[in-house]
Design a protein around this ligand. Structure first.
Ligand code: PEP
Length: 252
């Protein structure tokens, strides 16, 4: 089953107006100038969404947020609703990134609620899962991923509105990555858990990204694995050449 690869950048809490728009323009220029048989997604901080959207005009690069609230509107100071993201031109939002699970105590239940609200508003979601270093050392990687799939992915998830990102927490921003064999084993187990929850047909079509210290030099090995359908990229998405270099190597 051919799944089109998705190359997604998570800028996290980085970039101000000047460097953020320059980065978006540089990525847009390179995507326009090349032939890429993959989808692209950029998730800048909330403050830059409207500006980045303008820089991406005329390209096939999708715009995404890094989080969303589950409510439509109302008394939720500091939060952003799914419709607000749609209004700004977003077609995606990340949900349940480990940094939100840790910094903001987000639970599987809350993440699932956010995903339902995002889908209802017509947004696609990238739902992030992954184990800590301690869980990995204790041999619990697959169990943790199964639990996070069962708890975070809503029953209305389809291969169109949902992408899963497997991001081992110990690999994020550390320069460390699991072996290719380990990545494939976990992705296959995630697909199996998705099949149990959503049915085999949906699971076979759903994209599962790998995230955690992806760079141009390891992209080819990781992204050619049969159950790896793209990458969620943090640090390396802050340099246009690295972000595009990952896409080029992933498509080799
Ligand atoms: C991330 O936080 O989503 C991520 C994958 O970060 P990095 O690529 O920097 O490890």
């Amino acid at each position: 089953m051919a799944r089109k690869k998705l190359i997604a950048g998570n800028w996290k809490m980085n970039c101000l107006l000047e460097d953020g728009t320059a980065l978006a323009k540089a990525v847009a220029t390179q995507v326009k100038g090349g032939k890429f048989d993959c989808d692209f997604l950029i998730c800048p901080p909330f403050t830059l969404l409207g500006f980045v959207k303008k820089c991406l005009r005329g390209t096939k690069i999708a715009l995404g947020a890094q989080d969303v609230h589950f409510a439509e509107k109302g008394a939720h100071t500091g939060d952003i609703s799914p419709l607000m993201l749609k209004d700004l031109g977003c077609s995606y939002t990340l949900i349940g990134h480990s940094e939100r699970r840790v910094d903001h105590f987000e639970t599987n239940e809350l993440i699932c609620k956010k995903a339902v609200a995002a889908h209802a508003a017509g947004l696609n979601t990238v739902i992030c899962i992954g184990e800590t270093g301690e869980e990995r050392d204790a041999g619990k990687t697959i169990k943790v991923c199964q639990e996070e799939i069962n708890g975070s992915v809503p029953d209305d998830a389809t291969a169109k509105n949902t992408v899963i990102a497997y991001e081992p927490i110990w690999a994020i921003g550390t320069g460390k990555t699991p072996t290719a064999a380990d990545v494939q084993e976990v992705h296959a187990a995630i697909r199996k858990a998705l099949a149990k929850k959503l049915g085999k047909a949906t699971a076979n079509k759903m994209r599962i990204l790998y995230g955690g210290s992806v760079k141009p030099s390891n992209a080819e090995e990781l992204l050619k694995l049969p159950d790896v359908d793209g990458a969620l990229i943090g640090g390396a998405s802050l340099k246009a050449d690295d972000f595009i270099g990952i896409a080029k190597n992933a498509l080799k």
